[in-house]
Design a protein around this ligand. Structure first.
Ligand code: HEC
Length: 278
């Protein structure tokens, strides 16, 4: 008992980050933020939107140099063309999204009629289908162009995931996402939390593990390793494979709910996509 009290994080925090106790979404968020504040006291909360570069000064220098000629720029331009190009029926994305392309801050959200979390890529594909167009592939290819453009236009919006109180299924989706986050899986038997909460800041082979806080603010991301821009669900897939677990379907129920839970933890942080990562 004494040992636990002496830990730098409070006992409640320790229990929640190990997934051992339930807390409300707002308690989860407060605990996530407090945990990282205690763990990295020199890092202001809003800095976590910069991922691993918030805690890795050496990597940060390289990253700042890369950001001077952003590798995702051509993808933004290609995405703008997609946004503006009329469909076969003469309509455009704008007919589905009358507020224009700065819409990233509205996703993911709970859709009561569909009884599901709706992610931005799903909304884009719903627009295509409604206009008689073929939906885009989720993980690779042109969807990442339009996502880059939307992310860029949405810079400065604030993460604000809402869990509506009038539909208990929304809370269930959040809880399922949370459970996913804390479930150990794969041959290595690691949960997302094992790496990005408990071991954030530690080195795994050549990489430093980024804090979970801020994980969703900057997607899609140009990764040197991919040689292109990729989505959040592609990253989920990679992280599942890393522990030799079978990945789930992009925008299937598991990853949708995971995105809902994970994005909620970054409520209050600014959107700053697209990002660039090693
Ligand atoms: C074995 C450790 C490990 C596990 C388990 C793991 N990841 Fe990762 N993850 C990494 C590494 C390494 C990176 C690349 C460096 C970094 O940004 O952390 C990464 C990167 C990420 C990123 C991108 C961060 C950024 O700034 O672009 C996200 C998001 C992410 N992981 C989410 C998850 C989720 C969700 C899970 C659970 C499904 C998970 N990870 C499980 C090791 C892990």
């Amino acid at each position: 008992m004494k040992k636990i009290l002496l830990m730098s994080v409070s006992m409640l925090t320790a229990l929640v980050i190990s997934g051992a106790v339930m807390a409300s979404p707002e308690e989860d968020r407060a605990i996530f933020q407090k945990y990282f504040k205690e763990r990295f006291p020199a890092v202001p909360t809003e800095e976590f939107a910069n991922g691993v570069y918030s805690i890795d000064p050496v990597g940060r220098e390289n990253w700042e140099a890369i950001e001077e000629f952003p590798p995702y720029e051509t993808f933004i331009d290609a995405g703008q063309e997609m946004w503006e190009k009329p469909f076969a029926n003469g309509k455009t994305y704008k007919d589905c999204f009358p507020d224009g392309p700065a819409i990233a801050g509205k996703y993911p959200h709970w859709d009561k009629k569909k009884g599901s979390v709706i992610t931005l890529p799903m909304a884009l594909n719903a627009c295509l289908k409604a206009n008689g167009e073929k939906p885009l592939k989720y993980k690779k290819g042109p969807i990442n162009n339009i996502l880059s453009y939307i992310a860029y236009e949405s810079r400065g919006q604030v993460t604000n995931v809402v869990i509506p109180k009038d539909d208990p299924r929304a809370m269930e989706a959040y809880e399922m996402g949370k459970k996913f986050y804390f479930t150990k899986r794969g041959q290595l038997n690691f949960s997302c939390a094992n790496c990005h909460l408990q071991n954030a800041g530690m080195r795994l082979r050549t990489e430093i593990l980024s804090p979970a806080l801020g994980h969703t603010t900057h997607f899609p991301v140009y990764r040197s390793k991919w040689g292109t821009v990729g989505s959040l669900h592609r990253r989920f897939t990679g992280c599942n494979k890393q522990v030799r677990a079978k990945p789930f379907k992009a925008h299937g129920e598991e990853y949708r709910n995971l995105e809902y839970f994970l994005t909620y933890q970054s409520n209050g942080l600014e959107l700053n996509g697209p990002g660039a990562r090693k």
